[in-house]
Design a protein around this ligand. Structure first.
Ligand SMILES: [Fe+2]
Length: 302
């Protein structure tokens, strides 16, 4: 037992820098054993909520909503606690000024259309109503883990598979896995932009057309460095359109330190990334329109 405890302590200490403000944005976990969208997450011993029985019970309860969910039905509301709404308030207070400074105009427009309440976590049901009316996309809950191919192929049908739980209240600015904040503030908002929603659909179609694992790997990387971590130039400044950046004030601030490279899909195809840290390399488009055309040309052609 002591050895295990020591091991957990060491891992926690080595993760201290992450606890400042980081969202682990991997949309999926590539585990071949995970066969469908109903797999319930088992928390690691170093997860911030591992020792909180109440939190784990609520996570399972929320995951069960996803397991019971029938695609196309209205999504049941998640039973968030006061503490969890407080987490949202903390994140929101940090994000608002960061968005005004670092988010691209397309994102800010979409954010305004969704007009979230600052004091409580929006329910997926509410976000869906607005997003569907704008782009036809709908969010559907998943228990936690989805294979990359399942996740990406659903985009072709205008379906974004997303988690509904929120990170543990002890670390409001850090989550070791994507949570409802990343899903809504990142993806939900960008899907309220017709053009960004269209790019998501094109990713889905491109994945469906390719059966080779290498092709999936290539598209996953391009998705990562654009939809998740894309930046572009706007009036001479670097602005974010990537959901991983836009769902964390820390990520937005840190993007100024990144090694910015021109948006080159071939280079991206060969670029490794680590979802557990701030991204040291980002690919920057010359403009929103330039990014849209580059991705469209590539995804439609293939
Ligand atoms: Fe994401």
């Amino acid at each position: 037992m002591l050895d295990i405890a020591n091991d957990i302590m060491t891992r926690r200490e080595s993760n201290q820098s992450l606890l400042s403000d980081h969202v682990d944005t991997r949309p999926v976990i590539a585990d071949e054993e995970i066969a469908d969208r109903n797999t319930i997450v088992q928390l690691d011993p170093d997860h911030p909520g591992f020792r909180d029985r109440e939190y784990r019970a609520r996570r399972n309860q929320i995951a069960q909503l996803a397991v019971n969910y029938i695609p196309g039905d209205e999504i049941p509301d998640a039973p968030y606690t006061g503490e969890e709404h407080e987490v949202w308030r903390t994140i929101w207070a940090a994000l608002q000024p960061a968005h005004q400074r670092y988010a691209c105009a397309e994102y800010l427009g979409a954010l305004q259309r969704l007009s979230f309440a600052p004091d409580r976590i929006p329910q997926l049901r509410e976000v869906n109503e607005k997003v569907q009316a704008i782009s036809g996309f709908r969010l559907e809950p998943v228990a936690g883990l989805v294979q990359p191919r399942v996740f990406l192929e659903n985009l072709a049908n205008g379906v974004f598979l997303c988690t509904q739980y929120i990170r543990h209240h002890s670390t409001p600015l850090y989550t070791p896995e994507p949570d409802v904040v990343h899903e809504i503030v990142g993806h939900g908002v960008t899907l309220a932009s017709e053009k960004l929603a269209e790019i998501n659909r094109m990713f889905g179609r491109a994945v469906k057309q390719r059966t080779q694992p290498e092709a999936l790997e290539q598209l996953s990387r391009i998705y990562w460095f654009t939809i998740e971590f894309g930046v572009l130039r706007e009036n001479g400044e670097v602005k974010a359109y990537g959901t991983g950046l836009l769902s964390s004030a820390g990520e937005l601030k840190e993007m100024r330190e990144a090694d910015l490279r021109p948006l080159d899909l071939d280079a991206i195809s060969h670029q490794e990334y680590d979802p557990t840290h701030y991204q040291p390399v980002l690919f920057c488009a010359k403009s929103f329109e330039g990014m849209y055309q580059t991705l469209r040309d590539f995804l439609v052609r293939k």
